[in-house]
Design a protein around this ligand. Structure first.
Ligand code: SF4
Length: 440
């Protein structure tokens, strides 16, 4: 993943640039965001040449203006700081920042609530640091926060999402995660590949809903229609556009396709054929006609019992031991169902990840396997459909050797399913409903 380039008041990173030679390192902020961020450190007061240590400054209200004044000497740094800030934000513009984290309450960096002193009485908390003011004037849409507003995990994730959107990096989502490894348990942030449904419509009617990583939707739709033999060549395509209907709230997840000539003549027949396919399909996604149908009304799974983390850690090896074809070919996906204490109930292999899961679940349906499956372990990554299948089969814990997608995490949260990823050695990530995992 390409890292987000984010500007930051350098004292928050631990640089000893404060007026007294100290720093204001925010360990939680830095440690949780740094895996996704390339920091651009800026200390306006040091870069202005005020030195370390230095006389502290404060904002003073005077003649309708806010001035930056040395606390003891009364030296006015306002014009110098404003000139420096104008120059520096232009340099930062060339660096294409995705967001900025500022030090709260600083007369240079504070984005709001900075003390402003008047001639008499208590200071008001109405000021903006001079550098912060120049920054937000130059970049009015840039996500800018101070560290005090990023103290919670949800706020940090929202900030990363906004930075990601501003920087044009939509194919990923930031998610909260409980990381368990030999060093202990850490509530932190992880990044997941984005997975979202795309509704491909022919002449205004839904033809197929496919799961995809957002981006290049029009080319995806065209390629899909060729693969499905709806079109034979580019000559059959009249228009391929994202939906622009003002009433369609999720227009960015809908692509309208209009065809030419004989391909257009065949559209009613193809839609009818698709309808028949949907009626007979067991596929969790591709057979569905609309995005809404993907979340058929099923009740979330009840809390139930807990699984010990030591049991979870052994499952990859047990799954691997059942993957005989994988051992020979190295090319198949595996899935297996276990009881709460790790007893294997059923396993399967297939070239398709989803097929392997269907085979495991089908074994219980056809009574070729017995018992109450509580944990579904899969060899690869977890997409939306895997969680959907576990939900329909009432399996409350899904574990994977690789990563889940963003939609898998979202659905697991909604389904009451405990979702684990990167189960490798002594490490694992818990994405949803951690209460079912004991012994962490
Ligand atoms: S708040 Fe800003 S000006 Fe003050 S030390 Fe930190 S980075 Fe430098």
């Amino acid at each position: 993943m390409r890292k987000l380039r984010i500007g930051i008041s350098s004292c928050l990173l631990g640089d000893e640039v404060r007026f007294d030679g100290g720093h204001k390192r925010d360990a939680l902020l830095i440690e949780t965001l740094s895996p996704f961020v390339e920091w651009v450190r800026v200390c306006p007061e040091v870069e202005l040449g005020l030195g370390v240590p230095r006389e502290p400054v404060r904002l003073v209200s005077a003649a309708g203006d806010t001035r930056m004044i040395g606390v003891e000497s009364g030296i006015d740094h306002t014009d110098g700081m404003r000139a420096y800030a104008r120059r520096r934000v232009e340099e930062l513009a060339a660096m294409e920042l995705s967001a900025y984290v500022l030090k709260s309450r600083s007369p240079s960096c504070g984005p709001g609530d900075v003390q402003v002193h008047g001639d008499s009485g208590a200071p008001s908390h109405t000021g903006t640091g001079l550098f912060a003011a120049a920054l937000s004037e130059r970049f009015p849409d840039l996500p800018i926060e101070d560290e005090s507003r990023l103290a919670g995990a949800a706020a940090r994730i929202r900030f990363l999402e906004r930075a990601s959107a501003y920087g044009g990096l939509r194919p990923t989502r930031f998610v909260p995660v409980v990381r368990v490894d030999a060093g202990g348990v850490l509530a932190t942030t992880d990044v997941a590949a984005a997975e979202e449904p795309l509704d491909i419509r022919l002449h205004g009617r839904s033809f197929a809903v496919i799961m995809r990583t957002p981006g290049e939707d029009r080319t995806l739709a065209a390629g899909f229609l060729l693969s499905e033999r709806v079109i034979q060549s580019a000559a059959d395509i009249g228009a391929v556009e994202h939906c622009r209907h003002p009433d369609q709230a999720k227009a960015h997840h809908v692509v309208d396709v209009y065809l030419h000539g004989s391909a257009a003549d065949r559209v009613p027949e193809m839609l009818e054929g698709r309808r028949q396919l949907i009626a007979n399909s067991s596929c969790g996604v591709c057979g569905r006609a609309t995005i809404e149908e993907l979340r058929a009304g099923i009740a979330p799974l009840a809390a139930g019992g807990t699984v010990d983390v030591a049991v979870i850690r052994e499952l990859p090896e047990r799954l691997r031991a059942r993957q005989s074809t994988f051992e020979e070919t190295g090319g198949l996906h595996g899935a297996a169902a276990f009881t709460i204490d790790g007893t294997l109930l059923a396993s399967a292999e297939d070239v398709g990840r989803h097929n392997a899961v269907d085979k495991v679940i089908g074994a219980f349906l056809l009574e070729e396997a017995t018992g109450s499956p509580q944990v579904l372990m899969v060899s690869g990554r977890v997409s939306f459909e895997i969680v959907q299948k576990a939900w329909l089969a009432a399996i409350p814990v899904v574990a994977a050797i690789s990563a889940p997608t963003s939609l898998a995490i979202e659905l697991a949260q909604e389904a009451g399913i405990t979702l684990l990823g990167f189960v490798r050695g002594r490490s694992l990530n818990i994405y949803t409903h951690p209460d079912r995992i004991a012994g962490t």
